[in-house]
Design a protein around this ligand. Structure first.
Ligand SMILES: [Zn+2]
Ligand SMILES: [Zn+2]
Length: 573
């Protein structure tokens, strides 16, 4: 399913063909040029073996088909709409619902100079709402401060409970008085709609074309600060070219909070200025590590308990922001979670539960556990995590899990005697070549050691190593297959990784595992960029070819193992 068909659909069409997609459904919001100009260049429509449905609002004059044919008249384009090779069916839509395979599509009119539809897509329990080219109905709603009502409220209700709302946000409230009746919304209004609708994620889009990326980043920071001030946990981001998002239904997503209640919370400075963390940690070293991390932040206090019986008193006496428990043979974190849930019954304020353990145990999510912290970890890691949990609920930085064959893998890496050796032209050739082929600024041959990621060869990076906790390649080693992260900022495993939020500000990662003949994965050949990127299946293939060259340098008689490597499936996210 493709929504709207601007110029970006050229690249999308090529990607769909490369993936062998032969049928699809194109939903057009309206026929302004920026939403249909890519249609004549959307290659899947030219292939006679393809079948596409094109749906759009029923126009006041002429059908959708006639309008689309207009921009392909011979004055403008060499191929007429009738000559497109694919079997194409056109559907003129009104407000209502229909089904496309397993996707439920519902439409709703927007406020725009042309007849425009918003789309609500529901599939597998997840909901995406696309509401682009929409202007707020009442001018007072531009700054997003007042509670929405009338048609603005009905507009928000169309997005109720969406897991992702993609919304027009062309202007900011200060610019709006000069843009009335231009057909677009303000960022502040889009956020008010998202809050009213209780959505999980808000993608701001239809960015003003005069704005630079840097200006957008500044606006986004402001938007996020506003969300934090209103105690909202909606993830706001600015949509961008080539971005990939995984949308799953968040069953615990909180219903919209009435404005009055939000206001009451935001003025309660006394509560905000001091956050309290409940600690139930039995291992002395772990308790000391967390205790030190908490005392390093003057805005956080802690309450220590040692058993289930003390939960009730602790919960009753303090407004807790976070609970950190441990789980081992002697201490049952699940029992502790049940006691906490019972003691907090009816309290809807956010309080994530974090559990320290030697591994992740099943049933954590149902028990209300937001995150497992798996030993070992450093004090830096704990400090960064606590700050994120306390201030935002969950941390968006995960260290990679340990591979099952970790001991064997480390032995193999040790035997190869590569760590801390000088640069080697055999590997430098591969990284230089990769940097040139993919036009990425950073390429590494990374070797994942016990607690660090050391670079045997690198292009474009001053660092010689990073911690294993922050290593992207540690994830590739665990997965044992090629890992592609199109945009680290929207990936919960990497968004708050120190290499993403700090230098070198990684946004894109693609790493192919270095797997030795004995099955040990010792690291990766990886590409990094400071901008998000789209990475096609054919790119994965080239990266894996280069990886095979690196592997054959690592183990000169690797040839025999190649067929096994070829079978590794790639994970594209
Ligand atoms: Zn428009
Ligand atoms: Zn538009």
């Amino acid at each position: 399913m493709v929504i709207d068909c601007g110029t970006g659909s050229h690249g999308l069409g090529q990607a769909l063909i490369a993936e062998g997609v032969t049928r699809g459904c194109l939903l057009i919001s309206h026929t302004h040029w920026d939403h249909i100009q890519g249609l004549p260049f959307f290659a899947p429509l030219f292939n006679p073996t393809n079948t596409w449905d094109i749906c759009g609002p029923k126009g006041l004059s002429g059908s959708l088909r006639e309008t689309l044919a207009g921009q392909m008249e011979s004055t403008y384009f060499p191929v007429a709409l009738e000559s497109l090779g694919a079997t194409i069916r056109y559907w003129d839509l009104l407000q209502g619902s229909f089904q496309v395979d397993d996707i439920r599509v519902t439409t709703h009119h927007l406020n725009h100079p042309a007849l425009t539809l918003a789309y609500r897509l529901e599939v597998d329990g997840a909901t995406i709402v696309y509401a682009c080219d929409h202007e707020l109905y009442t001018q007072g709603a531009a700054d997003g401060k007042a509670r929405l009502d009338g048609p603005d409220l009905r507009h928000a209700q169309f997005a109720t409970g969406a897991d992702l709302l993609i919304h027009d946000a062309q202007y900011v409230a200060a610019e709006y008085p000069a843009k009335i009746n231009w057909g677009h919304s303000t960022i502040e209004y889009a956020m008010a709609v998202a809050r009213e609708a209780g959505v999980a994620q808000l993608a701001l889009t239809h960015h003003d074309p005069l704005r630079t990326d840097d200006q957008l980043d500044v606006l986004l920071e402001g938007a996020r600060a506003t969300m934090r001030e209103s105690d909202s946990c909606i993830n706001v981001f600015a949509a961008m070219e080539g971005q990939t998002l995984e949308v799953t239904h968040a069953p615990e997503s909180i219903p919209a909070t009435p404005i009055a209640e939000t206001a009451r919370h935001s003025v309660d400075e006394a509560e905000r200025s001091s956050q309290t963390v409940l600690l139930a940690l039995h291992d002395a070293d772990v308790a000391a590590l967390f205790g030190n991390a908490i005392s390093a932040d003057p805005s956080i206090r802690s309450v220590n308990i040692s058993n289930v019986d003390q939960v009730k008193t602790a919960v009753a006496n303090t407004r807790l922001s976070l609970a950190i428990l441990d789980h081992d043979a002697k201490h049952d974190a699940f029992a502790m979670c049940r006691a906490i849930a019972e003691a907090r019954a009816g309290d809807r304020r956010r309080m994530p539960i974090i559990v320290v353990a030697d591994g992740e145990f099943p049933g954590g999510e149902q028990a209300g556990i937001a995150e497992w912290v798996v030993r070992p970890f450093s004090s830096t890691y704990v400090e960064a995590k606590i700050a994120a949990w306390v201030h935002r609920g969950t941390s968006r930085w995960k260290k990679a899990a340990m591979p099952a064959n970790e001991a064997k893998r480390l032995t193999k890496l040790g035997e190869m005697a590569l760590l801390d050796t000088p640069p080697d032209p055999r590997f430098d050739r591969v990284t230089r070549l990769a940097s040139r082929l993919f036009a990425v600024p950073i390429v590494l041959v990374s070797l994942v050691d016990r607690d660090r990621d050391w670079f045997k060869s690198s292009v474009g990076l001053e660092l010689v190593q990073t911690s294993r906790e922050s290593s992207f390649s540690a994830h590739t080693v665990f997965e044992g297959r090629t890992l592609v992260v199109n945009d680290a900022l929207v990936d919960d495993r990497f968004a708050e990784n120190p290499l993403v939020v700090g230098e070198p500000r990684v946004r894109f990662y693609a790493g192919a595992p270095l797997i030795m003949q004995d099955g040990s994965c010792i690291g990766s050949l990886c590409l990094l960029d400071t901008r998000p990127r789209w990475f096609a299946a054919s790119d994965v293939q080239v990266l894996e070819d280069l990886r095979d060259i690196a592997v054959s340098e690592l183990e000169p008689d690797q040839q025999a193992a190649k067929p096994v490597l070829r079978k590794q499936k790639s994970s594209l996210r």
